[in-house]
Design a protein around this ligand. Structure first.
Ligand SMILES: *[C@@H]1O[C@H](CO)[C@@H](O)[C@H](O)[C@H]1NC(C)=O
Length: 364
């Protein structure tokens, strides 16, 4: 047969060598109540014919007389009436079939048959062929397949995060729609791919910038199939915070600033009062020094009257008293007006003892 065909091919044209052959997907998932598209191509040994001279038929494997698809609807099985359509162009040797509103009992197998009407005048079919070696069996899916989600395990706050949702189906004339549970304003890309053999892949890629509040939130992708059947997949979002220096820098800057301000204020205070403290200390020192010098002078029997000695003794007493008396009862020598008073008096000369005396007595 092959050698004969080759012989013919050499003599006539390669077209004649084509045989009765069909390429039909053997198995296909079909979602009940949705649609299914069965890809199909065929060839025949005659010269190429236009669609008008070809008649396509789909029938159950068991009976060639029962049509599930035919041009003339009246000859189609009641259970398939209005539900089948030839999507393929027979003139292009394409016998692709669509079954809509898929029923539980649409399992098949279903086979394609072609009838040829070689001449314009004679449309009665001369050649016919049922491709019963190539039939399709449908696996009924009562529930739609779940979409699958793909993404990085962890996102980062403020950084672009991408998650894809993918679902496969076999109804390209009514592809499912994919929707997201969160706002898609940041951007969604949809990709539709023919996976061949009747399987199509619909993919939605969502891109967004996660916030801190998105951590541990759920993200759901819902696939809505023809006739409102839905399925969904959910993923828990894990978002980690950026290694954000703000959290360390701000408190650190505040702390350092406070420390610096405090330090400057302290330094100013110290600077301002340092002079005065030193002054007071030196005043104290000079006062006590003078007093003790004075007392030594008087004891050593210096020139002085009885009265004056008496008075000095009183002063001396006062000095010793001063050392024993608790502070609250005796004014602090630091209190400036008195210190100044003392100083002035001491510098004044002769009558200084009297003034000192008076002052001491006044204080006591
Ligand atoms: C057959 O027809 C269907 C429906 O128009 C089309 O999607 C498919 O690509 C065609 N196949 C070939 C092999 O041309």
């Amino acid at each position: 047969m092959i050698s004969f065909c080759l012989f013919l091919a050499v003599i006539f044209s390669p077209v004649l060598c084509e045989q009765w052959k069909a390429n039909v997907v053997k198995n296909l998932n079909a979602l009940v109540s949705s649609c299914v598209v069965v890809p199909c191509t065929f060839s025949y040994p005659n010269e190429d014919l236009p669609t008008s001279r070809l008649r396509g038929i789909w029938h159950p494997f068991k009976s060639k007389q029962d049509y599930i698809y035919y041009e003339d609807q009246t000859r189609v099985l009641d259970s398939f009436k209005g539900r089948t359509k030839l999507l393929g162009n027979l003139g292009q040797k394409n016998c692709t079939l669509e079954i809509t509103d898929v029923k539980n009992h649409d399992n098949g197998p279903f086979c394609f048959r072609v009838e040829l009407a070689p001449t314009e005048s004679d449309t009665s079919t001369k050649d016919k062929y049922s491709f019963v070696e190539e039939c399709v069996t449908l696996n009924m899916l009562p529930d739609p397949p779940k979409p699958t989600l793909h993404s990085k395990d962890t996102g980062t706050v403020g950084h672009v995060y991408t998650i894809s949702c993918t679902v496969e189906h076999s109804c390209p004339s009514h592809p499912p729609s994919l929707t997201w549970s969160r706002s898609t304003e940041d951007g969604v890309i949809e990709v539709y791919t023919d996976m061949l053999h009747g399987i199509w892949k619909k993919q939605s890629i969502l891109t967004f910038i996660p916030e801190e509040k998105d951590d541990h939130s759920d993200i759901t992708c819902t696939a809505e199939f023809h006739e409102r059947k839905t399925s969904s997949a959910t993923k828990k979002l894990h978002v980690k915070r950026v290694e954000n220096n703000k959290h360390i820098i701000i408190p650190a800057v505040v702390g350092i600033s406070i420390a610096v301000i405090f330090g400057v204020v302290c330094a100013l205070i110290v600077k301002r009062y340092k002079g005065r403290i030193a002054e007071l200390q030196s005043q104290d020192g000079s006062m006590w020094n003078r007093l003790s010098r004075l007392s030594r002078r008087i004891h050593s029997g210096g020139p002085g009257q009885f009265q004056s000695t008496q008075r000095v003794n009183k002063v001396k007493t006062h000095v010793s008293t001063d050392q024993k008396v608790p502070k609250p009862r005796f004014p602090s020598p630091k209190s400036q007006p008195k210190a100044c008073h003392y100083k002035q008096d001491l510098d004044d000369g002769d009558d200084y003892m009297n003034t000192a005396d008076l002052s001491v007595y006044g204080n006591l």
